[in-house]
Design a protein around this ligand. Structure first.
Ligand code: XMP
Length: 611
């Protein structure tokens, strides 16, 4: 099958490019930008992704120059375009202005990737730009194919050598005809459009039978989309007698989830799924623990312990058994592949024990080539219920990472800010919050964030009163986190109306706190389904903070809906305030809840989950 390679230079859209190429019908693999050119010989085309660096910066990512000697068609996007300029003898310099966002380019040459573009006299195209550096002199034998006022070489090509560079991003939907540009490139590569979900299912079922031979497969299932689709494919290939599932109830599931999962497996006709209630053990192991990393670690090792116990109870030996996993493509790339993209954490499907089994050929991962949207499509084609196929991703440690624990208050250290201002004075200044007239308070608790490759653990800030406008709130939030390193997350107060005091209650993971969170989470999930906005939201964590506002009895709920493709980056979801008021009215009635906040931070700088 013909394939196209995407080389990742740390751009937030690298996965998106690969995903788009597959949508066009050609299988696409994502690689570290610095991959050895020799490994790319079998590919029909190569796309160089964007990235946040400057080609001139010390230690910046460079591609193997041999890539340009392979004779394979190349498309460079943004940083990739600058690499082409830099490596092939053109000039890359800082632009006069930092362009970020919508721009209009004029197409001056309608051949190559712009073939079939726009009528005579109507060559303007809306595109998405994001750059500081730009190519100012094209390499020799390159012609300019598009430009803007601020960017004279917005696109260039060497048609003979089939090398194309564009400064903007065709892969994002803001670039109106972006897919057409990518389709043109695919056409130029000559790659046959042979990749489709139907084809995948057909090939995979054959591949599973071959790999498993006459062994049996054991798999941990969570009731989420990935593991259920993988499990169903295994059953299709091997029959339900040879596929065993284990579902562990950790105590941190959503309300009614265990029953729901049992229902799902009944629907798909699975006969060998064992449900193990380990909630008592989990709560016991987490008594008195408040540190997020410690929580995660205890939950992770407990999971392995339960898995091992069931393994030995069932007498699973490696002569007869293989381990199945619902790993998907981004999970495998995050850890082993690109070291430059925002690294999440070692995925639980790639811990050392499992890595060893993979090397011994004892693991089968039927959907490890697929992106989430493709997994959903496979699910639909296999006839799984829509409710399951469209379930939001849910973290392995479940509500445990959404139930924050703390022993004492933790405020940021008092630094000295520009103009010798204190943190509070600086935040109140005109350039940050002052101009927008919101009240604000820093919360005495920390949450996780991510900036570049580095994880942060900082305080959130709550805005209150002022203009109830999500666009303005988003702008203020970005300004605050850009200019105040002590803050990595910003919230808006929905209930009560104002903050007079904030007190922290010493709290750990207990069944009663999880039960409050389950009730609130259920209201939220039912609400978005009822309002039919669940599909436009990628994920909607509801988080419980051990904080009491204005001395009320009960804790604080945070609503954290996000929009995302693949969870590497995310935007906070801008919910309509009328809807939010309705939701808050329902949440106020939950026993144990006394305040509601709305998370208005993108990823980066905050992560989707709070810890
Ligand atoms: P963050 O919070 O890093 O999350 O922006 C990115 C995606 O990963 C999910 N997530 C997890 N999934 N085990 C999981 O199975 C975990 O420990 C975990 N932590 C985060 C998160 O829900 C989001 O989809």
């Amino acid at each position: 099958m013909d394939k196209i390679a995407v080389l990742d230079f740390g751009g937030q859209y690298a996965h998106l490019i690969a995903n788009r190429i597959r949508r066009i019908g050609v299988y696409s693999d994502l690689f570290d930008g610095e991959i050895d050119a020799e490994k790319l010989r079998e590919y029909k085309g190569i796309i160089l992704s964007g990235g946040p660096q400057s080609v001139h910066a010390e230690g910046s990512l460079q591609c193997d120059h041999e890539v340009f000697k392979l004779g394979i068609p190349i498309l460079g996007l943004c940083y990739g375009h600058q690499i082409i300029g830099h490596v092939l003898g053109g000039k890359v310099e800082p632009g006069k202005v930092r362009e970020y966002g919508k721009a209009s380019v004029k197409i001056s040459n309608k051949t190559g990737i712009f073939e079939g573009f726009c009528e005579e006299g109507n060559e303007m195209q809306d595109v998405w730009m994001s750059h500081f550096d730009q190519v100012t002199v094209a390499p020799s034998n390159f012609e300019i194919t598009a430009f803007t006022n601020d960017c004279p070489i917005a696109a260039m090509q060497n048609f003979e050598r089939k090398i194309f560079g564009i400064q903007f991003h065709p892969e994002v939907t803001h670039t109106k005809n972006g897919m057409k540009i990518l389709e043109n490139f695919v056409k130029i590569t000559g790659a046959a459009r042979e990749w489709s979900i139907d084809k995948f299912i057909e090939n995979e079922i054959a591949a599973i039978s071959e790999k498993v031979g006459n062994k049996k497969v054991f798999m941990m299932v969570s009731g989420g989309v990935d593991s259920t689709v993988a499990f169903t494919l295994l059953e299709k290939a091997l029959g339900n007698e040879r596929v065993y599932g284990l579902f562990v109830d950790t105590g941190f599931l959503r309300k009614g989830e265990r029953e729901q999962v049992e229902g799902i497996f009944k629907t798909i006709g699975a006969t060998n799924v064992k449900i193990e209630d380990a909630s008592g053990e989990y709560f016991e192991a987490l008594k008195g623990v408040y540190d997020p990393e410690k929580k995660r670690q205890i939950i992770g090792s407990k999971f392995l312990e339960v898995q091992r116990r069931v393994f030995s109870e069932m007498g699973l030996n490696t002569d007869e058994w293989i381990l199945g996993q619902g790993t998907i493509y981004p999970d495998t790339i995050e850890t082993g592949g690109t070291k430059h993209a925002d690294k999440i954490k070692t995925h639980h499907n790639r811990i050392p024990e499992i890595q060893k089994m993979i090397e011994q050929g004892l693991v089968i991962e039927p959907i490890s080539q697929l992106y989430k949207d493709e997994v959903r499509e496979v699910g639909e084609k296999l006839g799984l219920p829509a409710d399951l196929v469209w379930r939001h991703p849910f973290p392995g440690p479940g509500l445990a990472v959404r139930c924050l624990c703390a022993e004492e208050e933790h405020y940021p250290e008092e630094g000295i800010y520009p103009g010798r201002l204190s943190l509070k004075e600086y935040l109140s200044s005109e350039i940050l919050i002052g101009h927008y007239r919101y009240d604000f308070d820093v919360l005495p608790i920390r949450s996780v964030g991510v900036q570049g490759d580095v994880r942060s653990y900082k305080n959130p800030l709550v805005l209150s009163s002022g203009n109830k406008n999500m666009d303005i709130l988003g702008l203020v939030s970005t300004n605050i986190t850009n200019f105040t390193p002590a803050i990595n997350r910003v919230l808006y107060l929905l209930y009560p109306e104002k903050i007079d005091s904030i007190t922290l209650q010493k709290s750990y993971l207990t069944p009663s706190r999880i039960s409050v969170l389950q009730d609130a989470d259920k209201i939220v999930m039912d609400f978005i389904k009822e309002k039919k906005i669940d599909r436009e939201i990628w994920q909607f964590p509801t988080v419980l903070l051990p904080l009491s506002i204005n001395g009320a009895s009960g804790e604080t709920i945070v609503l954290r809906p996000v929009e995302s493709e693949e969870a590497m980056t995310a935007n906070f979801y801008k919910m309509d305030f009328a809807l939010l008021d309705e939701l808050v009215e329902k949440l106020k009635l939950v026993k144990g809840v006394s305040a509601v906040l709305y998370d208005i931070t993108n990823k980066p700088p905050a992560t989707i989950e709070w810890e």
